[in-house]
Design a protein around this ligand. Structure first.
Ligand SMILES: [Zn+2]
Length: 383
């Protein structure tokens, strides 16, 4: 019964194109209406421009409770080649295909399909449904909601973040810091390059330094729980120049550091700034006194490390029957919940290998496993 409901709900959720760049209000309105149909009120925490909203809904009464948290947004399908329409749920060979099925509308569908069950008897402590936006863009959306926990929204005593872990219990992940470095040089005719400062060439040297730093980190850090077992540095975008016969005045690179939980943030940009100051800027300034290399922090997502004896981890282990925990290299909202004093754990249906990919899917078996997990959670909250 609830498997069919979960599939129907997943079909509805996948039908809303909630790519992060687009509004998610239609999906949120659908969830709000669905919950209202079960007599459950929702609180919306809306973005400043009003285009997007987080949803918070509580079933049951009393302090504490268990948060079930999922993000409503998904990554773009641009440039991907799909066998079937990404926004139409399609079942083939025991798999449910569609954008967001794995990451992470499958989890949200399971939670919504379990609402009837959550409501069938008294709960010793409440269940809180938390649906966010803009997770895929630096976990930006959930932050104003988290800021209200313990103020006008109840603070759960444990939060289960249902990202795709194949229902494994995850108790740590890396931190992400994204940066933009802008090189300002000086334009000149390309026949007289010595009169200019070539911003692209300077950016190339900066990229070389980032690669050198990355190699140094890889040879010094080692936390075998993570794959790879060290912090990584990666340049993702470059943009510079106006024409092939002009020495370019400006160039911008965007790059990212994914660090092990215990590594302090900010070391790589400091190293890069020191390199620029020592090896690049003196000669740039001889030609153009205003030449510069500036690095700005764009977004950061905190690492997640569950506290020792975390209630959330213990709960997920009991519900899945796992006797060990694992870690992941991707980032989630779990670190933000943990920082806000809500013990968190990551455990949800689907394999991260299918997330963000063409022909994204979640298997029916994973949906069943998640429904069972929620059923056991309900039994535990009722006993
Ligand atoms: Zn996700």
């Amino acid at each position: 019964m609830s498997l069919k409901e979960a599939k129907d709900l997943l079909a509805k959720l996948v039908g809303f194109d909630t790519t992060s760049a687009k509004p998610n209000l239609d999906l949120i309105a659908f969830v709000q209406y669905y919950l209202a149909g079960h007599g459950i009120a929702s609180t919306l925490v809306t973005s400043t421009d009003g285009d997007k909203a987080n949803l918070y809904a509580t079933i049951g009464e009393g302090p504490g409770g268990i948060g079930l948290s999922g993000h409503s947004d998904c990554v773009p399908v641009t440039g991907q080649s799909w066998t079937s329409d990404p926004f139409t749920l399609t079942e083939r060979d025991g798999r449910l295909y569609g954008r967001g099925t794995c990451d992470m509308k499958g989890f949200i569908a399971c939670v919504l399909a379990s609402v009837k069950l959550f409501k069938t008897g008294a709960l010793k402590e409440p269940i809180h449904i938390i649906i966010s936006y803009d997770e895929e863009v630096g976990c930006a959306g959930v932050r104003p909601l988290i800021a209200r926990l313990g103020a006008d929204l109840p603070r759960p005593r444990a939060v289960i973040v249902g990202e795709p872990t194949s229902m494994q219990v995850i108790d740590a992940h890396k931190r992400i810091d994204a940066y933009r470095t802008t090189v300002t040089g000086k334009e000149a005719h390309s026949s007289l390059p010595s009169l200019g400062v070539n911003a692209i060439s300077v950016a190339a040297e900066l990229i070389g330094e980032l690669d050198r730093v990355a190699a140094e980190i890889a040879s010094t850090e080692n936390d075998p729980r993570f794959e790879p077992p060290y912090s990584t540095v990666s340049v993702g975008m470059i943009d510079g120049g106006t024409a092939v016969n002009i020495v370019p005045k400006s160039c911008e690179i965007r790059w990212q550091v994914r660090s092990l939980p215990r590594v302090p943030a900010g070391q790589v940009p400091n190293t890069l700034a020191a390199f620029a100051e020592r090896a690049l800027l003196p000669k740039m300034r001889k030609v153009a006194p205003a030449a510069s290399v500036e690095t700005e922090s764009q977004t950061s997502v905190p690492a997640f490390t569950a506290a020792p004896q975390s209630d959330a981890v213990a709960l997920a282990m009991a519900l899945t029957g796992a006797n060990r925990t694992s870690v992941v290299s991707y980032a989630t909202e779990a670190g933000l919940f943990e920082e806000a004093g809500c013990p968190a754990v990551i455990c949800g249906p689907g394999d991260i290998a299918q997330a963000h990919a063409a022909d994204e899917f979640v298997s029916v078996a994973q949906i069943e496993a998640c429904l069972k997990f929620l059923e056991d959670l309900t039994a535990r909250l009722r006993a």
